[in-house]
Design a protein around this ligand. Structure first.
Ligand code: GDP
Ligand code: IMO
Ligand code: MG
Length: 428
């Protein structure tokens, strides 16, 4: 099968960008299938750090194609900034970056509506990145949206004006917020010029023709399964399908074309924004995880909430995605812990369960925790999986056994080469 899918199994920020960048050379194309500039995928190599929001994480690998799929929502202003950063680095993107014409456009008024809607929610707010994601997907499913391909049409400006005025009308439902629409609009209109100059393609045909030539594609997910619009901790979710199924609708491939599903998970858990988080640690230990893991959002800079690994949650994501291999990231963040805990089940209402309850947002589940001994040493010198300290191997083996999926990669630091490969056949 020619399309492998890589996605996050938790609440986002699992380290997807780093793993995609590492694996990219095994593929002819990296294709983003959903989300938009709410994503922040960090890549580090040669001592430099890069954060991508819309552009797939294969862009730094020479000769590789990168497709922004139809399932993505595109803010041309963010895209232009990302492209300017590539230009500054001398990255040749012109013949390698494609945008699906069916991808929907984020308008300035989508961002305005996002901010106004969040402001109206008060304490119940989602903690959105305020990039206009929700309102843009609402217009897509409501059949009102504008798509990337529309920017080439003579009636584009007319269509834009109609949608904009609808948004301004809608905005009256919400409290007044500060938003410099004119300024934002000028920047947006200017940024369309660059978007028009890019390779705008019929993504579904483009990817199928590429596959027919015998090439392989890596489909890159954004966010994580617990932020999925259907299966995440609704309503504290994003507005797209972040699970494997989203790769089919977000690129125009059939389920039968999917081969490996690489699930990325941290060795612990984080979440940014509101919503339930059963293993959250609001104490000194959580603070240590945040400090050691530098857990601050790549898009918004907000501190991420931190907690122990949650096995019922991990198994749920594995089930939804058909994960065939795990990439475990940030194991090094646990280096200094004497004791590492893992949730094996939840207790609530006097009962134990290993399933995520429907009303997770309204009840407080208590995680049932199991302890593992820490390794209390740096992993900086470890370059082979076999040379990991025994307690680290025990911890990872427990993850494999309890999740039923082999680990193929263990990330020991943010840099490209800080990655241990593990033979999948030897696992579980
Ligand atoms: P993504 O959205 O899934 O691509 O993840 P982010 O880039 O938002 O967040 C992951 C953060 O962890 C980034 O700052 C990465 O540089 C960093 N990172 C990735 N893998 C590792 C790792 O194994 N160890 C450490 N310490 N940091 C890592
Ligand atoms: P990557 O791809 C972590 C969270 C936001 C908020 C909720 C809804 O970097 O893993 P939205 O802007 O979509 O309306 O926000 O989802 N969120 C993310 N959290 N990583 C992300 O992307 C996220 N994208 C959205 O914090 O709680
Ligand atoms: Mg991120």
């Amino acid at each position: 099968m020619a399309v492998d899918v890589l996605l996050g199994l938790q609440w986002g920020d699992e380290g997807k960008g780093k793993i995609v960048d590492f694996l990219a050379n095994n593929y002819g194309m990296v294709a983003r299938f959903q989300g938009g500039p709410n994503a922040g995928h960090t890549l580090k190599f040669d001592g430099q750090k890069f954060v991508l929001h819309t552009i797939p994480s294969g862009i730094f690998r020479e000769g590789l194609l990168n497709l922004i799929g139809n399932g993505v929502v595109v803010d041309p202003v963010t895209l232009r900034k990302e492209i300017h950063n590539l230009e500054k680095l001398g990255i040749d993107y012109r013949d390698r970056l494609m945008v699906a014409k069916k991808a929907h456009l984020i308008l300035p008024t989508h961002r305005y509506l996002d901010a106004a809607s969040e402001a109206s929610k008060g304490k119940e707010k989602i903690g959105s990145t305020l990039k206009g994601i929700g309102p843009t997907y609402m217009d897509k499913t409501g059949r009102n949206g504008l798509r990337v391909g529309d920017i080439m049409l003579p009636e584009f400006e007319q269509k834009y004006k109609i949608l904009r005025s609808k948004h301004i009308h809608l905005g009256k439902l919400y409290p007044d917020i500060e938003f410099e629409l004119e300024k934002e609009e000028t920047a947006w209109m200017e940024s369309l010029e660059l978007l028009r100059s890019l390779k705008l393609v019929d993504g579904e045909y483009f990817i199928q023709e590429f596959l027919q030539k015998g090439h392989k594609v890596l489909a890159e997910g954004a966010q994580g399964s617990m932020l999925d619009i259907d299966f995440g901790t609704y309503p504290y979710v994003t507005s797209s399908n972040t699970v494997t199924a989203g790769a089919c609708t977000g690129l125009g491939i059939s389920p039968r074309q999917i081969g490996e599903v690489i699930g990325v998970t941290k060795a612990y858990c984080t979440r940014v924004g509101g919503g339930p988080f059963p293993t959250e640690l609001e104490d000194e230990t959580g603070e240590t995880l945040r400090r050691e893991g530098a857990e601050f959002g790549a898009t918004t800079g907000r501190p991420r909430r931190c907690g122990w690994l949650d096995l019922p949650q991990l198994r749920y994501s594995i089930m939804l995605n058909g994960v065939t291999q795990l990439a475990v990231t940030k194991i090094d963040v646990l280096n200094q812990f004497e004791e590492i805990k893992v949730a094996t089940a939840y207790r609530y209402d006097g009962k134990m369960t290993d399933q995520l309850p429907f009303d997770l947002c309204d009840i407080k589940v208590e995680p049932v925790l199991e302890s593992f001994p820490g390794w209390e040493q740096s992993l900086a010198e470890v370059s082979e999986y076999e040379n990991l300290p025994l307690p680290a191997k025990r911890y990872l083996e427990a993850m494999e056994h309890r999740s039923g999926v082999p680990i193929s990669m263990v990330s020991t630091g943010p840099e490209r080469q800080e990655l241990l490969l593990k033979s999948v056949s030897a696992a579980v």
